[in-house]
Ligand binder design. Structure first.
Ligand code: ATP
Ligand code: ATP
Ligand code: MG
Ligand code: MG
Ligand code: MG
Ligand code: MG
Ligand code: MG
Length: 266
């Protein structure tokens, strides 16, 4: 490429290389889905098709990015864990998050007609943002994913109770007031006493969200940096071939992660 006198402007660019030897987590989240879900008449509190569409999209992204070993999603968000030694885009933050957001958005729109009844409208297209966070250790990664699943649980219990009250005849404002200051136990009680709903029997997909595993979760790229291009490509191929397993299970307790360790030993 010929240099020109204009080329100096390139020097104004700044690059954030995510810290080496750390676990990168990228979370995508739908933009304005509170409104968008109303616009496209999502079933409340949980539209099954919309959740399956999220899961399908996340699976596809995992298919295409062999560095992802684990993903967790609920509502309009998905978190992706990259292997510690991941060298994708030289760990350039801007490249990573813009690629995740745009690829996720593209597939979400591509698959939309397969899962949703209403066609997409030009001026109301679903889009996603993304952010990356690096975590220094396996325990902090575990706590990150626990944090997201606890959030799913709290929101789902709230939403299930809220929409039961609304279906039971309250206005949204009345339902909101009814729930101010209530604890989890109170919401369970409202559901059971007034609506005969045992929250424990709600679908695991709604209560726990979705875990996509392409184990072993914490397997490192063992010195990806020292590998030749061909070795790297071979490893990528190997990881791509591993099946992605979808689960709706608890990832807050130790057993999910310890079971993972047991498998590693064998
Ligand atoms: P932001 O752009 O800041 O993320 P947002 O409106 O998307 O704003 P979120 O906190 O991400 O806010 O909340 C997403 C909202 O989308 C939920 O509160 C819920 O109302 C709706 N939603 C997402 N998925 C579903 C679904 N499968 N079924 C029903 N509603 C859903
Ligand atoms: P990266 O992911 O790093 O951006 P890249 O392959 O996209 O890699 P670019 O430097 O962005 O590399 O170059 C884009 C290339 O796409 C061009 O070199 C050209 O070959 C091709 N291309 C883009 N637009 C057109 C077009 N309208 N017609 C023909 N070729 C095009
Ligand atoms: Mg947000
Ligand atoms: Mg959102
Ligand atoms: Mg969200
Ligand atoms: Mg390009
Ligand atoms: Mg270009």
């Amino acid at each position: 490429m010929a240099n020109s006198r204009f080329e100096y402007v390139k020097l104004f660019e700044r690059e954030n290389f995510l810290l080496p030897e750390t676990h990168i987590v990228i979370r995508v989240d739908g933009r304005g889905f509170h409104k968008l879900s109303a616009k496209y008449s999502f079933a409340k509190p949980n539209d099954l098709g919309a959740l399956e569409l999220m899961n399908r999209t996340a699976q596809k992204l995992m298919d295409q990015m062999p560095d992802i070993s684990l993903a967790y999603g609920d509502s309009d968000e998905y978190s992706f864990l990259l292997r510690k030694g991941c060298g994708l885009f030289e760990r350039r933050e801007a490249k990573l998050i813009t690629t995740f957001a745009s690829t996720f958005t593209a597939y979400y729109q591509f698959y939309w007609p397969q899962y949703m009844k209403q066609p997409l409208e030009e001026d109301r297209l679903p889009t996603f943002d993304a952010r990356a966070v690096v975590y220094p250790s396996e325990p902090t990664v575990r706590d990150y994913f626990a944090w997201r699943q606890v959030d799913c649980h709290i929101n789902n219990l709230y939403n299930t109770t809220f929409w039961s009250l609304v279906e039971g005849g309250m206005t949204p404002k009345e339902a909101e007031n009814e729930l101010i200051g209530t604890l989890a136990a109170d919401k369970n009680e409202i559901l059971f006493q007034r609506f005969g709903i045992n929250y424990n029997n709600e679908p695991a997909l709604y209560k726990k969200g979705t875990v996509l595993i392409r184990g072993p979760i914490f397997e490192d790229a063992d010195g990806q940096r020292d590998k030749s291009k061909r070795q790297q490509e071979r490893q990528e191929k190997k990881m791509k071939k591993r099946p992605i397993v979808e689960r709706h299970i608890d990832i807050i307790g130790a057993s999910f992660w310890d079971g993972e360790k047991e498998e590693k030993k064998q």
